[in-house]
Design a protein around this ligand. Structure first.
Ligand code: SAH
Length: 241
């Protein structure tokens, strides 16, 4: 997948040069290009922001450099999706990431200061995405969250041992079960006996129960969407949920 980022702080994306994302880039599974909006500014001092009409605090990113950057990186025919990171956008969920991974390309615009001139959104943006109900200083970290979340879903990015089956927010909306690794005893705490039993069916049953309990305790909203059998729903009732 091809991902074009548009930002006035390209250096922030060095975080994409480590770990699994770096490995995916090296393997050619994802091609992430970080474009500096400032280079497209037509003003003498390469400005990219100005005061908002109508007053109000802070600066706004001006339309011209962004429009020119978008035109340059999404040269026709562009078949990808043009995204703006924005607290006003639709929430990033695993479900949304699962649809985005099928796009041939993504363009991700990072706002900064108070955001971007609305005319950019009107003419050049297909989808605004928020990473949560809070406000950050810029769209760079949200863009990296989105890139990380989508990239790990691309074929071949995660090895078998890092598989994304059965993890939180996968198809069945249940949170993940607790996990343990060596040693068997740590600061007086033992690993649940069943996990050492080697009994595959019992381990699976225990994990499923743990997922139900944790989801019921922490995210009853997810449980309502989850695909549970009548027996499982009855069992949860017995546990007091
Ligand atoms: N004045 C704006 C906030 C601007 S924050 C408002 O009240 O809505 C500056 C930039 O940071 C935004 O343009 C956006 O690109 C990014 N940003 C901040 N919080 C975000 C969030 N929760 N999700 C996605 N992007 C966010």
């Amino acid at each position: 997948m091809r991902i074009d980022v548009l930002t006035i702080f390209p250096e922030m994306f060095s975080a994409m040069n480590a770990s699994i994302i770096a490995r995916a880039k090296d393997a050619g599974l994802v091609d992430i290009k970080v474009n500096d909006i400032r280079e497209y500014s037509a003003s003498k001092h390469r400005n990219t922001d100005d005061y908002p009409f109508g007053g109000g605090a802070g600066m706004l990113m001006t339309a011209q450099p962004i429009a020119d950057a978008i035109k340059a990186v999404t040269a026709e025919p562009y078949t990808g999706l043009r995204i703006l990171m924005s607290p006003r956008g639709v929430s990033l969920t695993q479900e949304l990431a699962n649809t985005l991974k099928n796009q041939p390309a993504l363009m991700i615009l990072c706002g900064h200061y108070e955001g971007v001139d609305e005319r950019i959104v009107e003419k050049y943006i297909d989808l605004e995405i928020s990473i949560g109900d809070y406000v950050l200083t810029g769209g760079e970290i949200p863009a990296m969250v989105l890139i990380d979340c989508v990239t790990r879903l691309l074929d071949g990015v995660l090895g078998d041992e890092e598989s994304h089956q059965e993890e939180s927010f996968s198809d069945d909306y249940l949170l993940e079960y607790p996990q343990y690794t060596r040693p068997r005893k740590f600061e007086g705490m033992a690993v649940p006996e069943v996990l050492l039993s080697g009994h595959h069916a019992e381990i699976e049953a225990w994990r499923r129960q743990q997922r139900l309990l944790i989801t019921a305790k922490r995210r009853p909203d997810l449980l309502a969407k989850a695909n549970l059998s009548k027996r499982e729903r009855d069992w949860l009732k017995e546990q007091g949920f």
